[in-house]
Design a protein around this ligand. Structure first.
Ligand code: ACK
Length: 903
């Protein structure tokens, strides 16, 4: 107990005299005849709590029930009138306590048990306090009084009473017990006060503290931090309650840096260890390449040749600058150079590697090197590149350049003695003819035309046209032309030829253009036979839903892709805008579902119009299925309701395993809902990021095949998606990918990736074909471009296309023929397909049926995916119709087959 006993049991230790003051005060009130020193208190100080026995109180030695000797003060003058018998203590020091407790143990005789006249008998006595004057503390009664019988049986019937006194204002006080005619034996008087004892808590010492005088008062005590410790944030504090308990700790002390807490004290860190932060728990071993040579280290110092920057955490190893980049290669495209390299062998132990490019022009006739001027552009920039590639544009044609590639990291600046390590690349630019166009095609001739190179190095003297039959490149023919067009004759009918053109100036020949594939016309008989076959197949397999209008075809597309000819009867998408009443459109294509068939179980995301939830759908007579529920939040406008249901009017027209299936709509009750099949794995971009590197190439190609198949269906229906991106593809539990997010301009308004273009309207720049950005030419061919970006997203497991480049830089770079490099470990065949999707000339891009056809071929023949994209192929363009012919037969068959299935 946190109580300090001032005086304890009445014991007959020493006989002495009351101190002078007391005696003086007693002399005229009583004549003491016995004075006792009471117990020592528990701190060893003798406290002269002495009882002065006066007038009829007697000091009597007795034994208790167990025959142990006890010492009592007794008075028992119950038979006489007018009793007033006093028993005094001497001066009791409070030791600063403002509230003290008195515990009395006594026995008291039951007046009724006294024989004879008990007229004056009392069963109480008074306790009196004297500081500067007498104050009656209380009248003390017995809980249990004893009788004659108890005396005979030697039963003590001891009473214990505790009273507290306070607030006390003096250094000490007297106690007195006044008997007015009772029969009392006072067995013990204990005087004590409570205190909060000395305490060490959280490395802070709190001194022995005396509580306040008021009940429920808390005394705030500020602790003192133990050696080698400091207050953390604020000085530690505790509160001492009147009950002598420490309460409400606030703040704490922690060991100083260089020390750690062990068994409630701060011990110095050993050599080789350090502690830098007040918050860190203990001393830690110095991180690699650093040392602490003395005890009590607050930081470790770096070994020679190793460094640290301020922002490096103290537990990070000391690091050094990286070595030079490796495997640097260049790919010249006319006056642009694509530089690519691998990360350095030695990263210096840091992750913040950046690359700087130094560009120098080699002056003719050995006149040395000159820094490239400000006109040369670097995409995304020249210094502090985080990726291992850069596009350098606007170089001079037919000029030698020397590029120095340097890798730096956070400590490169500090490592002044560390020699800079570069890798150098020498490059010669050229200026080639960029596009070769096909004019009139005969069965043995093809008319070609091309544009003059932009910045030829001098006047163009002539052009060379190189051509050969496809896959027969061991022998080729070169013909010359002074003009930018010519008719190549003497070709075989119905054969594919490769053409390349280059210009000659007085400085010599430029580089050949990339390869262009063109086909000569078939003999009339073959043409007729094919057309007949197509028409017959179309008529034979035409469907019942021939009431739908035929999708409008780009005339160019029709001309270039024979297999894409639409057969009558292929179902076509109907723009809901053609309906005057949007509600009619919704109910034409979407089933109304009673809200009681749906239970919403949980929220899976947030859409533009409200929450997306999931739960079971139980339609009468059908098995229960899990569905996704898009809700329209309350307080919508009529326009928002129309826009929201717009998507359902579109989705409801589709029926394909790779298009998200609409189950129905709830429009008759609120909230309005769109119910679709549930896709367990959510959107493709998040799914890929979550599962980085987890799938086989075949699984990835399978996903891409699914998306392409869904897109083929949409383009066959004449529907242009405009916002095809991995975030708008959903993945189910079997990894089946389905195209989602339909609607016209609305889709783009919702897409956080969509940005306003200079021509107005929102466009997801990174996913959109240049012609759609430039003049809003959205076609299935622009969807193909987006599909190429989706391929790139998939093969790089959800990487952001063009990384952190700004939208403006992306537009510029794409216009300048920059294309995303092949993702890591991407099969070459897939990268070629991406590059085809990104042909600037939209008619050169493959069609979705060609894409599906190619992907099927790759899946059937997985060894074709073994060859991974290699840096030298990463930036090569390729003619769009490279695999057109391979697929023609298959496509004709598929178109017929699909049409038949739709019947
Ligand atoms: O990436 P997520 O999990 O997949 O988060 C978004 C969120 O709702 C907002 O669009 C998810 N989501 C949308 N439609 C479906 C669906 N049919 N099945 C499963 N999740 C869906 C999407």
């Amino acid at each position: 107990m946190n109580a300090l006993i001032i005086s304890d049991n009445i014991t007959k230790n020493t006989i002495g005299f009351a101190d002078r003051d007391l005696r003086a005060s007693l002399l005229h009130t009583c004549t003491p005849f016995k004075i006792f020193v009471l117990d020592k208190n528990d701190r060893g100080n003798t406290n002269k709590a002495i009882l002065c026995v006066y007038l009829h109180w007697e000091e009597i030695g007795e034994v208790d029930e167990d025959y142990a000797p006890i010492h009592t003060y007794q008075v028992c003058r119950v038979m006489e009138q007018n009793q007033n018998n006093w028993l005094y203590t001497n001066w009791i020091l409070t030791e600063g306590a403002q509230r003290v407790y008195i515990e009395l143990k006594f026995t008291l005789r039951d007046c009724n048990s006294l024989p004879g006249g008990v007229g004056t008998c009392k069963e109480t006595f008074n306790m009196v306090l004297k500081e500067n004057r007498y104050i009656k503390v209380d009248t003390i009664a017995a809980d249990e009084s004893f009788t004659e019988l108890d005396l005979g049986d030697r039963v003590m019937k001891l009473n214990t009473e505790v009273r507290d006194l306070g607030p006390l204002t003096h250094k000490g006080f007297y106690l007195a017990f006044q008997d007015l005619g009772a029969c009392i034996a006072l067995v013990s008087v204990r005087v004590f006060y409570k205190r909060c004892p000395f305490l060490v808590k959280s490395l802070a010492e709190f001194p022995d503290t005396i509580p306040g005088s008021e009940a429920s008062q808390l005394v705030e005590v500020v602790g003192h931090c133990v050696n080698n410790s400091l207050p953390l944030y604020e000085p530690p504090r505790m509160h001492c309650s009147t009950e002598g308990e420490w309460l409400v700790p606030i703040g704490k002390c922690v060991c100083k840096p260089g020390y750690e807490e062990i068994s409630g004290a701060c011990q110095v860190c050993k050599v080789g260890f350090y502690r830098s932060l007040l918050e860190s728990p203990g001393c830690s071993k110095c991180p690699p390449h650093s040392v602490a040579r003395q005890t009590g280290a607050t930081v470790c110092t770096c070994e020679d040749g190793y460094y640290k920057i301020e922002s490096d955490p103290s537990n990070m190893a000391c690091t050094r600058p990286p070595s030079a980049p490796r495997n640097a290669i260049s790919n010249v495209n006319e006056t642009s150079v694509f530089l690519e390299w691998s990360i350095p062998l030695e990263t210096g132990g840091r992750k913040d590697i950046r690359y700087n490019i130094l560009c120098r022009q080699v002056l003719p006739e050995g006149r040395g090197l000159d820094e490239c001027g400000p006109n040369v552009r670097f995409l995304p920039r020249r210094v502090a590149l985080s990726n291992t590639s850069v596009m350098v544009a606007d170089l001079q044609s037919h000029t030698n350049y020397s590029f120095l590639l340097e890798a730096v990291n956070g400590v490169s600046e500090l490592a002044k003695d560390h020699p800079k390590q570069y890798v150098s690349l020498n490059v010669t630019t050229n200026q080639a003819v960029s596009v070769v166009r096909k004019g009139h095609t005969g069965k043995s001739s093809i008319a070609l035309s091309w544009a003059e190179p932009d910045r030829p190095n001098g006047i163009i003297l002539e052009y060379e046209i190189k051509y050969f039959e496809k896959e027969q490149d061991s022998s080729y023919t070169i013909i010359k032309s002074k003009d930018t067009e010519m008719v190549v004759e003497g070709l075989k009918p119905s054969s594919v030829y490769i053409f390349q053109v280059r210009a000659r100036t007085s400085a010599g020949y430029g580089a050949f253009s990339r390869r262009f594939e063109f086909q000569t016309s078939p003999y009339l008989a073959i043409t007729l036979a094919l057309v007949l076959l197509a028409v017959v197949a179309g008529f034979l397999l035409s469907g019942r839903r021939c009431g739908y209008s035929k999708a409008k075809q780009d005339p160019e597309e029709e001309k270039m892709h024979f297999h894409n000819v639409k057969f009558p009867g292929v179902r076509t998408y109907i723009d809901p805008l053609t309906y005057e009443d949007p509600n009619q459109a919704v109910h034409e294509f979407a089933q109304e579902i009673d809200v009681s068939s749906i239970s919403i179980e949980r929220i899976i995301g947030a859409g533009e119009f409200g929450e997306v939830c999931c739960g079971p759908l139980r339609l009468p007579g059908k098995r229960e299925i899990q569905v996704a529920i898009k809700t329209l939040k309350v307080g919508y406008t009529e326009q928002q309701r129309r826009d929201f249901l717009w998507e359902a009017s579109i989705m409801g027209q589709f029926n394909h395993p790779n298009i998200i299936r609409l189950e129905g709509v709830v429009t008759k009750s609120k909230p309005v809902m769109i119910i679709t099949e549930y896709m367990e794995n959510g959107s493709l971009d998040t799914f890929l990021k979550k599962n980085d590197g987890q799938f086989t190439v075949i699984q990835l190609v399978g996903m891409l095949r699914g998306i392409a198949s869904g897109m083929r269906y949409l383009s066959d229906m004449g529907y242009v998606h405009r916002d095809l991106a991995a975030r708008n593809i959903l993945v189910n539990g079997n990894l089946v990918c389905k195209v989602s997010d339909f609607g016209l301009s609305r889709v783009l308004e919702d897409d956080p990736e969509a940005a306003y273009t200079t021509r107005g309207g929102k466009i997801p720049i990174r996913w959109t074909a240049p012609e759609a950005i430039a003049y809003r030419k959205f076609t299935s061919a622009s969807d193909v471009w987006s599909y190429g970006i989706v391929m790139w997203e998939v093969m790089s497991y959800g990487e952001r296309p063009y990384w952190e480049m700004s939208n403006q830089d992306v537009i510029k770079a794409v216009e300048e023929s920059y294309r995303l490099p092949g993702p890591m470990d991407c099969p070459e065949a897939l990268y070629h397909l991406m590059m085809d999707c990104w042909q600037h000339e939209r008619t050169n891009r493959p069609k979705f049926d060609e894409i599906v056809c190619l992907l099927d071929k790759l899946i059937r023949n997985p060894s074709s995916l073994k060859k991974l994209v290699n840096s030298s192929h990463r930036y090569e363009g390729k003619s769009g119709s490279a695999f057109t012919l391979i697929c023609i037969a298959v496509l004709l068959f598929r178109t017929s087959f699909q049409t038949k299935q739709q019947l």
